[in-house]
Design a protein around this ligand. Sequence first.
Ligand SMILES: C[S@@+](CC[C@H](N)C(=O)[O-])C[C@H]1O[C@@H](n2cnc3c(N)ncnc32)[C@H](O)[C@@H]1O
Length: 193
Amino acid sequence: MKNRQDYYFKKAKEEKYMARSVYKLQEAQKKFNFISSSDFILDVGCTPGSFSQYMLNQILRQGSIVGVDILPCTLKHEKFKFIEGDIKDIDFSDILQNKKLFDVVISDAMPNTTSDKETNHFRSIALCSMIFNSTINILKTDGHFFIKTYDGGDLAEFKKNLMDYFQKVSFFKPKSSRSESREIFIFAYSKKE
Ligand SMILES: C[S@@+](CC[C@H](N)C(=O)[O-])C[C@H]1O[C@@H](n2cnc3c(N)ncnc32)[C@H](O)[C@@H]1O
């Protein structure tokens, strides 16, 4: 397990990615193929920036990204606009004034974790619900939502809520995610009208 972690850590370093998390998004893109070259993406919890780096380097030819994080982000790119702050406090009206709504909302945001897995799960579901509520109205119809959470008792209920808004909702555990971790992603395909 440790070797596997070292493998992704080293790989990220060699490939000049800012974090090993990049491989989780790569795996998800390989499986679901949900990001297209002209997409307008919202990357919630983007710092240090490996998800956005990957999308800018490998996928987005005409598209662009808005990244949001409570912490500063050093990633610089002409197609990447960073906003520092809590997602629930961001006013997107200026950004969306002349633009369409987002094609995809991605969130790798995580709450402050403790040694107690149940606490981490409940905090994570609360954070995911807040992120969903803060972004669902700025995601276009047919757009996709990809979000990280922690497995536990309330996950099924959260998935059920998403099913009211999306055509299909699936769980995804990337190989590059530590197997002992309760981390799991939810892929919500195609927002309903
Ligand atoms: C695991 S890191 C993200 C790594 C990133 N995906 C990458 O590839 O570099 C999680 C981030 O979520 C951010 N975060 C947590 N809660 C947030 C919130 N309410 N609003 C914005 N960012 C948040 C944290 O500050 C942290 O930088």
